[in-house]
Write a protein that binds this ligand. Sequence first.
Ligand SMILES: Cc1cc2nc3c(=O)[nH]c(=O)nc-3n(C[C@H](O)[C@H](O)[C@H](O)COP(=O)(O)OP(=O)(O)OC[C@H]3O[C@@H](n4cnc5c(N)ncnc54)[C@H](O)[C@@H]3O)c2cc1C
Length: 433
Amino acid sequence: MSKPTIVVVGGGAGGLELVTRLGRRLGKKGKADVVLVDRNSTHIWKPLLHEVATGVLDSGQDEISYQAHSASNGYRFQRGTLCDLDRDTRTLTLAAIIDDDGHEILPARRLSYDYMVMAVGSVSNDFGTEGVADHCHFLDSPAQAEGFRQALLNTFMRYSTRMTNDEPPCITVGIIGAGATGVELAAELHDASRMLKSYGFTELGREHLRVHVIEAAPKILPALPDRISQAVHKELEKLGVKVHVDTRVTKVDDHAITTSDDERIDIDLGVWAAGIKAPAFLSELGLQTERNHRIKVAATMQSIDDPHIFAFGDCASCPQPDGKVVPPRAQAAHQQASVLYKNLCAVIDDKPLKEFVFRDRGSLISLAHFDAIGSLMRAASARSLFIEGNLARFFYASLYRMHQRTIHGSIKTAMMVVVDGLNRFLKPRLKLH
Ligand SMILES: Cc1cc2nc3c(=O)[nH]c(=O)nc-3n(C[C@H](O)[C@H](O)[C@H](O)COP(=O)(O)OP(=O)(O)OC[C@H]3O[C@@H](n4cnc5c(N)ncnc54)[C@H](O)[C@@H]3O)c2cc1C
């Protein structure tokens, strides 16, 4: 029998880990043709996007070229955006790639598969709130994070020149949604504004930045235990962040956010971080999906409609023994990638598949250099351990290091830790161009 083709669509937190393991185990040994498809040519781990957005992280330094990575890890890379799927002929279609000037770089292409894995992640859900799509920034992709960073920098530049007048300038950022993304972004913004002074914006400081975080639920970090939520709330207020809870946003325009109490919060920049959904095209592929477009899969991560299609990460609704579904988190995508890798090897060897059970290792929130707060789950019980400060910061960083270790191996990851440490002394702490 000819070797099977496994196509993984989406090289994000889960997809890149999966394709790396498959490439090393099956691709390099000629047991399968492993192909990664992604609409971008480079990978940035999504939980770092709020750092890219504030310039604390230079995406140019941390991004991975899929082409280069594939060459040394036994898989092939095809750049393209999945736009159609024909399950009868087991082919998928990638849209044509067009450059900024409108010229076609590559025409639409069809790829055949024996097994396909959907790992296309999620996008923001603005729930149709008026003005959000036109007037808010989103942090769904590296390009959007870069777009926000540029807008922020431009705003800082504009304000630093206006400071020659007597008016007391203040830049106001409104962040809608106080989940992990919203609160971490608020803290990073304060950190970035603090650093601007050392890079020649001598007149600017933290006192010139006002951040509003607006949350519809009665507390920030609604999905996390009260103790974490209260501790983070206190820290944000210490930084001067204005936290609004129980406040629903009804409209956003170029200059203000309007709430359900008819309060108008003037802003220079708005960020929507209040909810996610899977990309809508997933509901048009003939597979059963949930209302938020997540593909319905069995606990083995196989689509309930087609045993040749698997889905995992943010774009899949994977049932758990307690009746819930796997949460959309990097931690879950990492664990799923490891089980799905085994399942795809098992499918090829005609062996039974494993059911995925999510092990919640805890939740950690990083408040830039100011603090980190969270909880770790005790292995032997369902109880969690509250942690703060350097210990929390260490465990927060370890999730990214685990991702790097899967992709690069232990030695290269250790070298990256050293290089990151050195760069802190050698390079500016903020990307200012
Ligand atoms: C700012 C921010 C902070 C976060 N912080 C945390 C955290 O601290 N802890 C945590 O556990 N989780 C965090 N998350 C959530 C976490 O990032 C996601 O749960 C995780 O990235 C999901 O992994 P994934 O592989 O499913 O999708 P992603 O990592 O989003 O990857 C999807 C990939 O699919 C590609 N793609 C999309 N559509 C197509 C298409 N049509 N064709 C081809 N390719 C396509 C994309 O380019 C991308 O490479 C955070 C998210 C954000 C935005």
